[in-house]
Every structure is written in structure tokens, then in C-alpha cells.
Design a protein around this ligand. Structure first.
Ligand code: DAH
Length: 346
């Protein structure tokens, strides 16, 4: 009787297939657990006549080992299937974790906007090196050898030349170096804007930093006039800060432009009424500019009798701070996500 039952169970176990964790648990309960059929048969051993007990015991052991081997086999198959096939372990009905989207850095947003506005006016984009020779950063731009901007407190020098000042190597202090490189390699007409990173040896504070960004502009051709400069920047101001914006030019001085002017735009926070951003003047300064000094054209191999040009330079940080009401320059480089997240979708 018992032998018949064991044979039945052996063939049952041999034929069974188990493909899920639920089926595996059912298998375990039926053949392996303490309440399963195999244990029950072992318990019945004591009722078997003494002389048969040994043989039946052996059969039962065979059954038990078979059940255990099959269990291990099924278990391993299910585990490896769920590794290869993640649906078997991940509950696809769970709600998804919302996708955290990064945001553009505010300086990137503003730089792109500036580029876009000038590109529509026919300017292309040029780049130049951050490690630069004095010639491109200063000398070619008409800085006299003893100009105060060359002093150690302003400029980070990489190496001082044994010979001439123009061969010193430094970190560029402005993007005007790209003007020189462009004029050296390209004949007019030249109409380009030059975004980039600049360096000055300044103590870091809310209003000053040793690394910041500028966009340089240059237009050189026959008959380029001061009016072209004014119109270009007026159009830029309207596009950047709003249709009602006006600009104002204040006489200024730069070694590389003559005449030179500082460009102010009507304060777009208070619309010119006066607020603490514009220090109650109604105007905020956005750029330096001027007509390219004939000496600079000559230094770059361009005939200053034939060609004229205008140039301008603006600080990206400054425009970004004005545009978003940011009051501390250090926020741009700290990478605090609580700051950066505020520009999501901007
Ligand atoms: N390079 C100047 C600076 O860093 C900005 C500037 C002023 C650039 C006048 C120009 C310009 O091209 O014409 O302060």
C-alpha cells in the first residue's frame, strides 16, 4: 500500500512543473513542509511491520530527496528568470516616481538669449582662449605698457616674459581678446559676438568674483558709425528687457575705443520710476562700448582709413542679476539646488 502511494507521489513530482513563486510555495507545502504528505508518510512508518520498515523507509527517503531536489531546481529557475526578466519582481502597477528634470543655469539661459538676439541681427558667434598672451588681452587693444589694468592685483599671470610685456601669459581679464584674434584672421566685414569666461584677481563677495562671464560684440566694415552702435544696442535692450525699454549713452573711457560710452537701460524693475536695484536713478548700466580705436584696427592688420567699427562688452552675471532680481554673485557658482531649481522651465 505504502509502496504504491510512494510510487504515485514520485511520478507526480517528476511530472510537475513549477514556474511561479506561488506554485513553488504550493509545492513546498505539499511535499516538503512538516504538514506535507511526505512527513505524513514518515509518521506512518511506525505502523509498518518491523520486517518491511527498513525497505519502506528507504523508499520514503528516495521520495523525500526527490522532492527536495526538485524544489531546489524550481527555486533556482525562478530566481534566474526573475533576474533576467525584471517584470517578475517589479510591480508594474505601482505609481511611478516623478521624473526629476534638471534646469538650465540662469547664466546659460541669459547667454543663450543674448546670442539669439544678436544672431537675428546678423552676428555670428566666436570663441577664443581663456589662457592668453598679453598682446591679445592688452597690448593690441591699445593698453599702454604701464596701464593700471595690467597690475598684479587685477590680472592672474601664468608666466611673466623675460623680454617684452606683450609676451606675458595670463588669464584673460575680458572677452575683448577675441576681437583681436578675429580681426587678425578675418577681413571685414566682421559681425560677431563672443561669449566667454573671464578672470580677475578680486576678493570674492556679493558684488565681485574672480571668475565671471562676458559677451563681446564687434562690427567692422566700411562706414560703420556710432549711430549703428546705438541702434544695435537699442534693439538689443528692447528684445532683452521689454518693448518700453530706452537706452542712454554716457561718455566713458576704454583704451580700445574712441569715443567710448557706457550703455544704461531704463530700470526694468521699476520701469524708470526709481527703486533700490537702480539706486533710485531709473537707469541701470549694462555695457561698455565705443568705436574701435584706429590703433586697434592697425594692430590687427586692418586699414583704419578704409574701415571703421564699433564694439561693446557686457557682463552676463550683471544682466542675469538685474533680470531675476538676484543680489549675490556667489549664488551662481555655489551649485545650491535650492537656487538652481528656481529656474526650471525659465
Ligand atoms: N572689455 C571691457 C571690460 O571688460 C568691456 C568693453 C567695453 C568691451 C567697451 C568693449 C568695449 O568691446 O567697446 O570692462
Amino acid at each position: 500500500m505504502v509502496t504504491e502511494r510512494v510510487k504515485e507521489l514520485i511520478s507526480e513530482i517528476e511530472q510537475i512543473t513549477v514556474t511561479s513563486k506561488d506554485q513553488l510555495e504550493a509545492f513546498r507545502l505539499r511535499y516538503i513542509s512538516k504538514k506535507g504528505v511526505v512527513t505524513e508518510l514518515f509518521e506512518g512508518l511506525k505502523n509498518i511491520p518491523q520486517e518491511d520498515r527498513r525497505a519502506v523507509g528507504q523508499e520514503l527517503n528516495t521520495l523525500k530527496n526527490l522532492a527536495q531536489d526538485r524544489f531546489q531546481e524550481f527555486n533556482a529557475a525562478i530566481e534566474s528568470a526573475s533576474d533576467a526578466n525584471p517584470e517578475m519582481v517589479f510591480d508594474l502597477t505601482l505609481p511611478v516616481v516623478p521624473n526629476q528634470q534638471g534646469s538650465l543655469h540662469p547664466l546659460t539661459i541669459v547667454r543663450r538669449r543674448i546670442i539669439e538676439i544678436f544672431e537675428r541681427m546678423g552676428f555670428n558667434v566666436s570663441y577664443g582662449p581663456e589662457i592668453e598672451k598679453d598682446w591679445y588681452n592688452f597690448s593690441a587693444l591699445n593698453f599702454a605698457d604701464n596701464h593700471p589694468a595690467r597690475e598684479m592685483q587685477d590680472t592672474f599671470f601664468i608666466s611673466k616674459s623675460q623680454g617684452e610685456v606683450k609676451d606675458d601669459v595670463l588669464l584673460r581679464t575680458h572677452t575683448s581678446n577675441v576681437q583681436v584674434r578675429l580681426m587678425e584672421r578675418q577681413k571685414p566685414p566682421i559681425r560677431s559676438i563672443m561669449p566667454g569666461r573671464v578672470f580677475r584677481n578680486e576678493a570674492i563677495s556679493a558684488r565681485a568674483h574672480c571668475v565671471f562671464h562676458q559677451v563681446e560684440g564687434l562690427y567692422v566694415d566700411r562706414n560703420v558709425s556710432f549711430k549703428d552702435l546705438k541702434d544695435t544696442l537699442y534693439h538689443f535692450a528692447k528684445e532683452m528687457f521689454g518693448k518700453e525699454s530706452k537706452i542712454r549713452l554716457r561718455p566713458s573711457y576704454f583704451p580700445f575705443t574712441e569715443p567710448s560710452a557706457e550703455i544704461d537701460v531704463t530700470c526694468f524693475i521699476c520701469k524708470g520710476k526709481g527703486c533700490n536695484i537702480c539706486k533710485y536713478s531709473g537707469w541701470v548700466e549694462i555695457a561698455g562700448s565705443g568705436m574701435v580705436d584706429p590703433n586697434v584696427l592697425t594692430n590687427c592688420g586692418i586699414d583704419s582709413e578704409e574701415y571703421t567699427g564699433f564694439a561693446f562688452g557686457m557682463g552676463i552675471e550683471r544682466i542675469t542679476m538685474l533680470r531675476y532680481g538676484i543680489n549675490d554673485l556667489r549664488l551662481f557658482t555655489e551649485n545650491d539646488v535650492r537656487f538652481l531649481r528656481q529656474f526650471e522651465g525659465a
